[in-house]
Write a protein that binds this ligand. Structure first.
Ligand code: HEM
Length: 927
């Protein structure tokens, strides 16, 4: 491995890394255990030493060998592999729909596309009320009031690209435009890949939902389609496959996050036209046949369901352009708008347009605070901090939301969303309270805040206005949320050592004393691998790699005469960051040549409905927390019922209940029953019911998300050559897991079918076979043989079917690769997480609060969980502040998303065993 040196960064997309290493590399990093799985499609690093639980650490005693010890070689190797993936994702997977793509490919005025930083498409239009303020027809630069805070519509985050990331901008893509909308058969490649087998209703989405997504029930009467038993009896039971290392809070956390990042709907509505949603046909012995009413009944699907069609922004034929003899589309054949801000700005709490902002209630007694009300009879310390008020009749809203708590984004509300909205409203107020305390103690002291319109004026604690403090608190809460997500939620979602290190590196850096080996290797990779242009290289590959050094958060928030990244290591540096200089205020962001917005493919991999259990195991702090008192159906907390459930039972009890319960595994046949049968009165259909899971497939098809195999190839992952590739090679043949996987393969084959392959048909130009030949319809099988229609598998079905996963991964590697790119970009592109993470915007107290996870100095966690000394995690601190009554329960909790009563054991164990004191918790007697 040492002799061959580091592999080059691919020059063209078909020569990508594909997360597969050379035999010698695999041996060096994981021995035969890694080498033997090289022929599978799945990422090699998951088999390296040290990347799983204690069993993967061959000889802990060789730890003295430092980075030469096997486990360290494995972990360093995994980090390198992940960085290769990120570099190539940034290089090959950015496709903006706004008309900037031709410049990305061809460059502009001699500047390579990937180094471009400003786009005319990101200017505010004449219709925008701030058009004149930012410069009108001339060069547009945001200034003054517009750059102080996170603006409600998300404009002026990038001060040179005011429109970027704001409400109603187009979703981007991560796929070449001509690979999207495969059912349109626009190219020979897509026609060869899918024949005429694809359509909006082909294969039938409700049939897929019922056959591949339904949770099997040992006793259907106890589940009652997710509606449980009368009186919320604890005898109710809905079986589901559970993740032992991830709790229900984590499920609702991610729904809470997606409501911040994106939405295709407007005020909970789609377009006005309706369409049928399947339950019409199924394949029988390979032939499509109409479903009889009896068949439908047996499957449980509903032919009379109707759903409103998705909004489409642009569906005219896209223009083309030619570069270096190759023709490209300028955008995808259809585009769609993100009706939310794309920024991680807590817009689900604070609003994303004027209408949603009206739902945000401020406290008339202190307008810097959110309004929280006292609920009679609720008496715990947390209860005293109050609960969100409900929406008022005069508030702008979808009538279905009446009676719910007032939040900016109220759609699909249940107890889980009510929970996080209340927690972060309390947290907002906790910050304001602390600030007011500080102001009372030192009224004349400098708060750190500045007004960019009058930057020379010191704003003392006593000078700060309620509006200024409200907006500073929003910045703090948004940054806390981003931090929780990056270093607490994600490391528990991906529960292993490389990802713990990787996510902490994204936030606060990896280089330095602990990882000199990785640092040096990364340096070597970028210096040895020259791109086509020095500038493009610096702007993309260098930047991404070196950001792993100091971390993305706060990049450019100090300016030194030297290069911003290298200067971090210079002890004599002097900070010359200046709020008067727009290049300093904006200097830390990097969009890698493509304006930031989420791609459609990102929405796809967040279709995580399987995480949600049908029933919540309800417990009470005042009683014995080990006792389950009730089983409360999530659907019985839908919309206004969430607010009743919250107020009558209390935030602390819901925290305990959802903190202890395991969430649903992202696996096939594991979606909530209630979501397949959801009653939605607004629907203009006979049934007024919705199969949300079937809809997951339909929406992806409407939005032209490529099907699973091409999706993987586009992201630089290996393709599958048939359904059998879904069977995990680590699982013993004949075991129960093996049998279940074989059954699923049979069902996949039944649904998607097979065909006689034709080796003359080339199906993709995204990757090639290992011998360099083009990939054809036979996928390596003999010409004329019967092959699986693996190319047709819906992307959500595909990633749910992935049973081969890195250790502790609650998601699949296909979803993960989408996150590597987009989760990093969400930080890289945001001025408030990079160069504007400064007291001038956050206040000094706000900076300290984000850095230390709350007021006062940093608190350290006891012991060394998984071998790390670490601060008390940010969500744990938030929970302790907003619900002091949780203190005894949280005493043993290290990560708020790990089931609270689980014994975390040593080194990334996934065992489902009680910690001391929870032995009587009946959840540990469940499978
Ligand atoms: C527990 C209660 C939940 C309910 C009732 C619910 C309901 C829904 C419904 C009705 C839609 C369809 C919208 C449409 O396209 O017409 C939807 C979409 C979606 N849901 Fe859920 N969901 C729940 C939980 C979750 C969770 C835990 C996640 C995790 C991330 C999630 C992620 C999504 C995503 C990504 C979409 C697509 C949104 C878009 O197209 O912009 N949902 N959900």
């Amino acid at each position: 491995m040492a002799r061959d040196g580091f592999r080059p960064i691919a020059l063209t997309r078909d020569l990508r890394f594909a997360a597969k290493v050379q035999p010698a590399t695999a041996l060096c990093r994981g021995g035969n255990g890694a080498a033997q799985f090289r022929s599978t499609p799945w990422a090699d690093w998951a088999n390296y030493w040290g990347t799983r639980d204690a069993i993967s650490v061959p000889n802990p005693l060789v730890k003295q060998a430092g980075h030469l010890a096997p486990a360290q070689r494995g972990i360093d190797g995994a980090l390198l592999d992940l960085e290769y993936q990120r570099i190539e994702l940034i290089k090959f997977n950015l496709f903006d729909n706004n008309g900037t793509y031709p410049d990305f490919v061809q460059g502009r005025n001699g500047v390579p596309g990937s180094a471009l930083k400003v786009w005319k498409q990101m200017r505010l239009p004449k219709t925008d009320p701030h058009y004149k303020e930012v410069g009108g027809d001339a060069e547009q630069v945001c200034k003054g009031e517009l750059i102080r805070h996170r603006n409600v519509t998300g404009i002026c985050n990038d001060i040179f690209n005011p429109l970027m990331g704001s409400t109603n901008q187009l979703f981007a893509r991560n796929m070449t435009f001509d690979a999207t909308f495969p059912d349109q058969g626009r190219t020979d490649l897509t026609r060869n890949r899918h024949g005429d087998r694809l359509g909006l209703m082909k294969p039938d989405p409700q049939v897929i939902s019922r056959k591949l997504f339904t949770r099997a029930q040992s006793n259907p009467a106890l589940c009652n389609d997710g509606y449980g038993l009368p009186g919320f009896s604890k005898d109710a039971n809905c079986d589901y496959k559970k993740a032992p290392f991830f709790n229900v809070l984590a499920a609702f956390w991610i729904q809470f996050m997606t409501h911040d990042w994106f939405s295709h709907l407007e005020e909970g509505h789609n377009d006005t036209a309706y369409m049928p949603v399947g339950c019409a046909s199924q394949k029988v012995n390979g032939v499509e046949q109409a479903l009889s009413p009896e068949d439908a009944k047996k499957l449980g699907c509903r032919p009379d369901d109707r759903i409103d069609k998705a909004f489409v922004s642009e569906s005219t034929d896209p223009k083309t352009f030619t570069s270096n003899g190759k023709q490209y589309l300028e955008r995808a054949p259809k585009t769609f708008r993100n009706t939310n801000t794309a920024w991680w700005d807590a817009s689900q709490i604070y609003g994303y347009d004027d209408r949603s902002r009206q739902r945000v209630k401020r406290d008339p007694r202190d307008a810097a605070k959110l309004l929280l009300v006292q609920i009679p009879g609720r008496t715990s310390a947390g209860d005293q901090l109050g609960y969100l008020p409900t929406l008022e009749a005069t508030d702008p809203m979808n009538p279905e939301w009446a009676g719910q708590e007032a939040t900016a984004f109220p759609d699909n509300f249940t107890i889980g969303l009510s929970f996080f909205h209340n927690v972060f409203a309390r947290e907002h107020n906790a910050f304001v309270t602390e600030f007011r305390k500080q102001a009372a103690a030192t009224p004349a002291a400098d708060s750190g805040l500045r007004n960019p319109a009058a930057p020379g004026r010191v704003i003392r604690y006593r000078d700060i206005t309620p509006d200024e403090l409200f907006e500073a608190a929003r910045l703090v809460v948004a940054a806390e949320i981003a931090k929780i997500h990056t270093i607490e939620w994600t490391p528990q979602l991906l529960y292993d050592e490389p990802l713990y290190l990787g996510m902490n590196a994204n936030w606060s850096g990896l280089f330095g004393k602990s990882y000199p080996g990785v640092s040096e290797a990364l340096r070597q990779i970028v210096t040895r691998n020259f791109g086509t242009s020095a500038d493009a290289k610096k702007a993309t590959q260098w930047y991404s790699v070196f950001a792993s050094g100091p971390g993305i958060f706060g990049l450019g928030s100090h300016v030194y005469a030297d290069d911003p990244v290298f200067a971090v290591f210079d002890p004599n540096k002097k900070d010359i960051w200046d709020i008067n200089n727009p290049r300093h205020v904006n200097g830390g962001v990097n969009h890698f040549g493509s304006p930031f917005n989420f791609p459609e493919e990102f929405v796809t991999v967040y279709r995580l409905h399987a995480l949600v259990p049908d029933l919540i195991e309800y417990r009470e702090l005042g009683a014995d927390p080990n006792q389950i008192k009730n089983k409360i159906p999530v659907v019985e907390t839908f919309q206004a019922k969430a607010t009743d459930a919250m107020r009558s039972r209390g935030l602390g009890n819901w925290a305990l209940s959802m903190g202890r319960q395991r969430l649903g595994l992202l696996a096939l046949q594991n979606d909530p029953r209630f979501l397949q049968n959801l009653k939605i009165p607004r629907l203009d259909s006979k049934t007024q019911q919705m199969d949300v899971i079937a809809l997951d497939l339909i929406r992806d098809r409407e939005r032209g998300v490529p099907r699973f195999n091409e999706f993987r190839r586009q992201y630089g992952l290996r393709q599958l050559t048939g359904f059998d590739d879904f069977v995990d090679k680590h699982v013993a043949a004949g075991s129960a897991d093996y049998k279940e996987q074989q059954d699923l393969v049979r069902t996949l084959r039944e649904i998607y079918g097979q065909h006689t392959c034709d080796a003359a048909k080339i199906i993709t130009d995204t990757q090639r076979n290992e011998d360099g030949s083009p990939i054809n319809d036979c996928l390596g099988h003999a010409n004329g043989s019967t092959v699986d229609n693996i190319e047709d598998v819906d992307t959500v079905v595909g990633w749910m079917a992935e049973t081969t996963r890195p250790h502790g991964f609650a998601i699949s590697e296909t979803q993960f690769v989408v996150f590597i790119l987009n989760a990093s970009r969400r930080l890289f592109s945001d001025r408030f997480f990079t160069s504007s993470f400064r007291p001038e915007f956050y206040t000094q107290l706000g900076m300290d609060w984000v850095n230390n996870n709350g007021p006062g100095p940093q608190m350290m966690e006891k012991g060394t969980p998984n071998g790390h000394t670490q601060p008390v995690s940010p969500l744990k601190r938030v929970l302790l502040r907003t619900m002091p009554e949780l203190t005894p329960e949280l005493n043993t909790v290290v990560n708020a998303f790990d089931p609270w009563a689980r014994d975390r054991g040593t080194y990334y164990t996934l065992d489902w065993k009680p910690r001391k004191g929870a032995e009587s918790d009946e959840a540990f007697r469940q499978k």
